[in-house]
Design a protein around this ligand. Structure first.
Ligand code: GLU
Length: 445
């Protein structure tokens, strides 16, 4: 069976760290099984959903490299949900209820005071036609509840194993509000049926929706798909992630210059039995992905750790995979330059700073001008290659008696203006004789 999966965010905000895992696991399952990955925008909440967020989500998912085969918007599929409502009404599984929020709250309080669970008492089922008509004459519009079958609902969760929920302990869920708008529960099931979704993979926060949704699949004449609920993310401090933290938004990560591959590698490996490591491609991630590797405990998402992973990924990237982006940054040093600096990068755009160190202008730091003048005089003639540094510093050592840090550090400070950086053996030929001479305070031609 090939998999059809979906990632179904609501366009009521931009994507953040917590969403990546859901999107990613779905995309990896599709890749692994050669299946279909659908991007579904759950935009039935017309007030909170915006076109701008919808576009932002598409941009974020595309940047992560999670290509979708189709995009659907719930707001364009209302006729399907209406048809499902008619079907449920016709089979007696959807009933009108007229309680106001205040009345429901009062019922809950009374139940709790009597030590009972606050489950909806189904009083609406007892209403006579005359009572319903009276409510409507009063101006009350009904909301509609799904009549649950009071039995054990069992599913083999792809992550959590066998789950049992006593549907008798649940309130009949409201599917349709009094204003005629849909809550998430029904449209999601109708779409999953209509689009042939084989695996519903989402965060653990949706476990409570599952038993009613399984009954909905059945009430609509469909077999429920496989269901998996992955662990959620917490911050480095173990606390819930804040949706307002910019470093946790995909947009923020992109603007900070992180690699999409680092972000997905990180999101896919935290909270699993695999080590946190950079992967070379989504296919490589898909190859190692298994539901059984996901931990049941929350996974820690630490932006600091992500930055380290990003650096690690860059250090291993071959020139070919970054050539175009380097050129766009105006960095034209080619492969030798990339190989020289990649080990010193936290983010790719840092290559620009090292390119400026090569081309200048550089503010040389000269503490001992006599030493630098001697070194300048000993610069070998061009052409220069990787051996030049060794030949030159050996000559400076012989002439001045300086060795180790006392030999190398003044040269680095003069040539780059910095205390640390890529190996000078590799940088020196790119800096070239004329610039080196000038930085050491020597006479240029
Ligand atoms: N729109 C829901 C959410 O963002 C989708 C849940 C589901 O995958 O079923 O949480």
């Amino acid at each position: 069976m090939t998999a059809t999966v979906r990632f179904a965010p609501s366009p009521t905000g931009r994507l953040h760290a917590g969403n990546i895992r859901t999107a990613l696991i779905n995309a990896l399952v599709a890749r692994k099984e050669g299946g279909t990955f659908i991007l579904r925008l759950d935009d039935t909440d017309r007030i909170r959903s915006t076109e701008e967020f919808a576009r932002g989500i598409e941009e974020d998912v595309a940047w992560l490299g999670l290509d979708w085969s189709s995009l659907v918007r719930q707001s364009e599929r209302i006729a399907l949900y209406d048809a499902a409502v008619e079907k449920l009404k016709a089979t007696g599984r959807l009933y009108p209820a007229y309680e106001t929020p205040d009345e429901l709250e009062l019922k809950r309080k009374r139940q709790l005071a009597r030590g009972k669970p606050p489950v909806y008492d189904r009083a609406a089922l007892e209403l006579t036609d005359a009572q319903k008509a009276a409510f409507e004459a009063e101006g009350r519009q009904p909301h509609w509840r799904f009549l649950l079958e009071q039995r054990d609902v069992v599913w083999d969760d792809l992550v959590r194993g066998r789950q049992h929920v006593d549907a008798g302990s649940l309130s009949d869920p409201v599917l349709l509000r009094a204003d005629g708008t849909f809550l998430y529960t029904l449209p999601s099931v109708v779409d999953d049926i209509d689009l042939g979704v084989t695996h519903v993979i989402r965060g653990e926060d949706h476990v409570a929706n599952t038993a009613p949704q399984i009954q909905l699949f059945e009430a609509l004449g469909a077999k429920p798909p496989a269901l998996g609920h992955h662990n959620l993310l917490v911050g480095a401090d173990g606390q819930a992630l804040s949706k307002r933290d910019r470093s946790l938004s995909i947009q923020g990560m992109r603007e900070d210059g992180l690699e999409a591959l680092a972000v997905v590698s990180y999101a896919a490996t935290i909270g699993t039995s695999d080590p946190v490591a950079p992967y070379e491609s989504l296919d490589a991630l898909a190859d190692t992905f298994e539901f059984g590797k996901l931990s049941r405990a929350p996974a820690r998402f630490d932006p600091q750790e992500l930055r380290l992973l990003n650096a690690k990924l860059l250090h291993g990237l071959p020139f070919g995979s970054v050539a175009g982006r380097l050129e766009a940054l105006g960095v034209t040093g080619g492969e030798p330059f990339w190989n020289a600096v990649r080990g010193n990068l936290g983010v790719l755009s840092g290559a620009k700073d090292w390119w400026a160190v090569v081309n200048g202008p550089v503010e040389p730091r000269i503490e001992d001008s006599g030493f630098c003048a001697i070194a300048a005089n000993l610069l070998p003639p061009e052409p220069w290659g990787e051996g030049t540094w060794g030949v030159w510093t050996a000559a400076v050592k012989t002439e001045t008696g300086a060795k180790g840090a006392a030999l190398f550090q003044p040269l680095r400070l003069a040539l780059t203006g910095l205390e640390h950086g890529p190996e000078l053996k590799q940088l020196l030929p790119m800096i070239g004789r004329e610039r080196a001479l000038s930085r050491l305070g020597g006479e240029t031609a």
